[in-house]
Ligand binder design. Structure first.
Ligand code: FES
Length: 123
């Protein structure tokens, strides 16, 4: 995805809300937090849970499947599943914590546009 794609009107996503949108064939989670819009991958990097069907609390989205949490403003992992003990150890060995891919967002003429993926820190 190299260009910016209009995904919705600014007025269609209230502060504190999130929704799923498509941009050039990519499933995107769009969130309105602190007066700004943020775009991340829609599906959880753990096992593909649909984050748009989770819960957004401030800047933190919780996956509906195993309750991993991510900061939608940075993509960073807040919590990797709510599993504990041996299950957590095995889970992390197989699927180590990974941040969300985030995308550039622009606002112009009352529209929200989603652009290219942002570089991942450390890559
Ligand atoms: S699929 Fe999201 S926490 Fe497991």
């Amino acid at each position: 995805m190299n260009d910016f794609t209009e995904v919705m009107s600014v007025d269609d996503l209230p502060e504190g809300a999130m929704t799923a949108v498509m941009a050039e064939g990519h499933n995107i989670l769009l969130a309105h937090v602190g007066g700004s819009f943020y775009a991340t991958q829609e599906h959880c990097p753990h096992m593909g849970g649909n984050l748009a069907k989770g819960v957004l609390d401030g800047a933190v989205v919780t996956c509906p499947l195993h309750h991993s949490q991510f900061d939608v403003t940075t993509g960073s992992v807040v919590r990797w599943t709510d599993w504990t003990g041996a299950l957590d150890s095995v889970s992390e060995a197989i699927r180590h914590p990974r941040p969300l891919v985030t995308y550039a967002v622009a606002v112009a003429d009352g529209k929200v546009l989603v652009g290219p993926a942002n570089p991942v820190a450390g890559e």
